[in-house]
Design a protein around this ligand. Sequence first.
Ligand code: ATP
Ligand code: MG
Length: 559
Amino acid sequence: MNKNGGRVHTRFPPEPNGYLHIGHAKSICLNFGTAEEFGGLCNLRFDDTNPSKEETEFVESIKEDVRWLGFTWEDRLFYASDYFDQLYEFAVQLIKQGKAYVCDLTAEQIREYRGTLTKPGKESPYRNRSIEENLDLFTRMKNGEFSDGAKVLRAKIDMASPNLNMRDPVIYRIMHERHHRTGDKWCIYPMYDFAHPLSDALENITHSICTLEFEDHRPLYDWFVDNLITGDKPRQYEFARLNLTKTITSKRKLRRLVEEGYVQGWDDPRMPTIAGYRRRGYTPEAIRDFCNRIGVAKANSTVDIALLEHCLREDLNLKAPRVMAVLDPVKVVITNYPEGQIEKLEAENNPQDPEAGYRQVTFSRTLFIEREDFMENPPKKYFRLSPGKEVRLKHAYIIKCEHVVKDEEGRVIEIHCTYDPDTKSGGPAAGRKVKGTLHWVSEAEAIDAEVRLYDYLFLDDEPQDNQDGEDELEDRFEDELNEKNEEVDDFLSKINPHSLKVLKNCKVEPLLKNALPGSKFQFLRQGYFCADLKDHSSQTPVFNRIVGLKDSWAKANRK
Ligand code: ATP
Ligand code: MG
């Protein structure tokens, strides 16, 4: 920590070519969190060196997501494109030092010449152009005299290096494309590998934290910085990418899900994007807790999504008020309860939170329970409702099933019960015990709601082939040189066709009508739910299931 006078300055450097996902959340927590911990600073920097892939929509969404996670970059918002002039000057300096040259080989030839891990590369025939010729050609590249791909600028390092990244990498390419910030000013753009380390250096970054697949790029980054920068230099630290079971963590793949219509958008509640999680009802506290618990590792591995869900339940358990909601209703008639009578019963809002208080729920002669909470011919040890059996209605009375009414097809349409008036809270038989307790909503006060139940978009534990980010990195460089990607990963064939189930006729407590979009509840016995940020209104209440109540992670890890 004595380097840089003990100063800690990190940055989070997303490429604005998609929405952030849970892997980025880990990187955000690490970069902003490390700065916070050591009294340092963290910049937000958009690595916007590839004009063909980047859009302002993504810039805005990324800012919103970082803020939502609870971090601030204050006035330190930067763009790699802020440095285009400076980077151009750096390239000119390299040429003048005899350490860069203009090369006319095609992208395909460059690749051929590069060699492999076992075979050294071959020098480009253009490698020994004079400094004057290189300066002239590079200026003319900048001035737009050549077409896309006709020429590139390459660093002159070592075609026999065991590290492929050091074999005369491309540092500038021609792209006649409008850039979201610099417009038509440039028709040559720096490669990520050139722009990234130098942007770090220009911002006086001390700890350049990145994922493991960049480890082999570190010698190249150091080479650029050593040749062009004097004074303190950023030092790169690599950590393992986050991989989550049942989850795709690659912007390029997530982008295909959106663009090819497999989901309804980047913020579809099934997406592992920050925007998707937010809409689904995840909390920033839970995501940060998760990122802290998984910590930083030096080896790639896959984390069980059950841990993320566990963090979420822990957070929601404390915060989410309890309400009753019947998702698949069947009618119950209490035959010995007077017609037209209603009464208010007291219901606890959250047993985990003494401050949460009580509300009133209305009891009436007809009410709704879950269809699956009744069985006409139950197996042994079935403690829900069945003919001749008793259950307690939560916050209310014990009822007994006397009779069942069916339609012509034999489907149960009404369950006739009697209630025991002595069994409500405070009544003479309040303490009488029965095995089952059911949630319910009275017909007198129920409102209709739509409920959306989500399952994993992928049921496979490892739906993406690459767990190390290498493919992603390769795609990125291919994109930069405008080469065609050949998608070999068949992740699209693994999509779960039943990831969304919409229930239209749910009966819920009336207070849910006025729930603010984004507010969260525990529906008793059903899980945690969130009023949808886009579609919920008092006319048409819509709730997303965030997560069920059963905690497989806690269960597996209980001592
Ligand atoms: P993707 O591979 O999904 O396209 P990326 O690496 O291209 O993502 P960037 O926008 O370059 O996306 O990422 C910004 C930062 O987030 C980088 O420092 C990158 O290392 C980090 N990051 C990306 N994915 C993960 C992940 N799965 N786990 C941890 N950090 C990640
Ligand atoms: Mg990547």
